[in-house]
Design a protein around this ligand. Structure first.
Ligand code: GLU
Length: 472
């Protein structure tokens, strides 16, 4: 059938060229000559799925776009043996590749990986999707929670920043409470309630929403407190939201974080799709870790016959399914109890396979590139990969200082404004005192400053002396 079509295709193209017909890339130029192609595919979410007697999915949409572009008709059937395509010891191919080799199908449109071995026996187009190999497992197969896991919502730099902000605020409150005459009107007789230790206590109480009075009376001190309260609120909100996300979906806590961990443990069984290109990757690899993984899978015969079976076994627990990351991402998005490790190896692409040497393949490759450049492939990807637990699957990472920079900036502005106001309050009071006492403004101000900035002990001694003098 395919060879028949090849001849027809070539002839029609020749005629089209001669007549300088409209579509240069189309294999055929008139509707009456539209070829009827036999397409083989495999059932896999979201590439090809049954919808009543019809089929739908990413690959079906891609096929219809290509048919529109290249002007062909098609009949789709599911691959008879349910395999992608692997060569046995006798050199025969099974699966979709086998059907194309035996010319039972003109094209195979599926998440079919482009490999060197396949490229030798069939023609393959430019990839329409890129992927790699990764591991799927249940979220709860994780390491025991660490003692300091409560610190994970923020990065080390952020914690250091928070500590600096805390100390800076406590110092500012302490300084402002001393400088401001509205806060501390009688430095000679009155004790300042905002000692450094009380300022530290007050700031910590506000951060943990516990409160620790007395509160500042002056506007300058109140501005600092308000900014600190705001900072504390935002900080706590970020902390709790990141804490729940990191405990819910972060794969950092997984016992198996990559292929090295998988190869080095015995507790979790693992396997891949039988007859798949993923299995061939491990079999042909020279990397000792990947070889160990292959040898283990061969020994344990831990292969699964379909992606669905792999997902089912991973959901049951104690089984890690090794598959292609793009497909695993969809599974993770649909089954929230599953997670994919971050490590991705063996980058590869999905291509359409056709009869070796078919002129149609060149046109298909061009059409795929055109669809990619026009954003059609990205649109199809978002259409079929949208899911209910995508938000959950978003990776939670410790918040870095730059993500909280607005919050730190507001606090710094608040502290600056508070200190400025306290200085203003002091200078205004010194000016009016200087006018009243007919002294120079600078003398009054320096007197005020020396009184206010003296240590509490000196102030106490001084007030004692004043009291004794009064008594005498
Ligand atoms: N896309 C693969 C193939 O073409 C099947 C899935 C897998 O290898 O995990 O063989």
């Amino acid at each position: 059938m395919s060879s028949q079509w090849d001849r027809k295709d070539a002839l029609a193209m020749l005629q089209c060229r001669r007549r300088r017909s409209a579509r240069a890339l189309s294999p055929l130029c008139s509707v009456s000559m539209r070829p009827d192609l036999t397409i083989t595919t495999i059932k896999q979410d979201p590439y090809t799925m049954s919808k009543g007697s019809q089929m739908e999915g990413y690959c079906m949409d891609l096929l219809s776009e290509l048919a529109k572009k290249l002007d062909f008709k098609y009949n789709v059937h599911l691959v008879k043996d349910g395999f992608y395509g692997r060569q046995d010891e006798t050199g025969a191919w099974n699966g979709m590749i086998g059907e194309v080799v035996r010319k039972e199908a003109d094209l195979a449109i599926a998440p079919l990986t482009l490999t060197a071995a396949r490229e030798k026996v069939v023609g393959m187009t430019k990839p329409f999707m890129q992927t790699g190999i990764s591991i799927l497992l249940r979220k709860d197969i994780s390491e025991e929670a660490g003692i300091f896991d409560f610190l994970t919502p923020f990065s080390v730099e952020t914690w250091v920043g928070i500590l600096a902000a805390y100390l800076g605020t406590a110092i500012s409150i302490c300084v402002v409470a001393r400088l401001s005459p509205c806060e501390w009107s009688q430095p000679q007789t009155e004790e300042n309630s905002f000692t450094f230790s009380h300022s530290l206590w007050y700031t910590a109480g506000a951060l943990t929403l516990q409160g620790a009075g007395p509160h500042p009376k002056a506007l300058s001190g109140r501005i600092i407190c308000c900014t600190w309260w705001l900072f504390g609120l935002v900080l706590l909100a970020c902390y709790f939201s990141n804490l729940s996300t990191s405990q819910g979906s972060d794969s950092n806590q997984l016992m198996v974080k990559g292929f090295e961990d998988l190869a080095n443990q015995q507790g979790i069984e693992y396997g891949t799709l039988s007859g798949s290109s993923t299995l061939a990757f491990f079999k042909n690899s020279n990397n000792p870790t990947y070889r160990r993984i292959y040898e283990h899978m061969e020994r344990a015969k831990s292969f699964v016959s379909s992606m669905d079976e792999g997902v089912r076994r991973a959901k049951e627990g104690n089984f890690a399914f090794i598959g292609e990351s793009v497909s695993l991402d969809l599974v993770v998005a649909r089954h929230c109890e599953l997670v994919r490790v971050h490590e991705v190896i063996g980058m590869r692409g999905y291509s359409i396979a056709g009869t070796l040497g078919s002129p149609m393949l060149k046109n298909l490759s061009v059409a795929i590139l055109e669809l990619s450049e026009a954003g059609e492939l990205a649109y199809l990807r978002s259409k079929w990969w949208a899911s209910s637990c995508m938000a959950d699957a978003a990776k939670a990472s410790p918040l870095q200082p730059h993500s909280l920079k607005g919050m730190f900036l507001v606090l710094a502005l608040g502290l600056g404004l508070g200190v400025l106001l306290a200085v203003l309050e002091l200078t205004t009071k010194s000016r009016s005192n200087a006018r009243e006492q007919r002294k120079s403004y600078c003398t009054v101000l320096s007197d005020e400053l020396s009184q206010r900035l003296k240590t509490p002990a000196t102030n106490k001694k001084r007030s004692q002396e004043t009291a004794d003098k009064d008594k005498a």
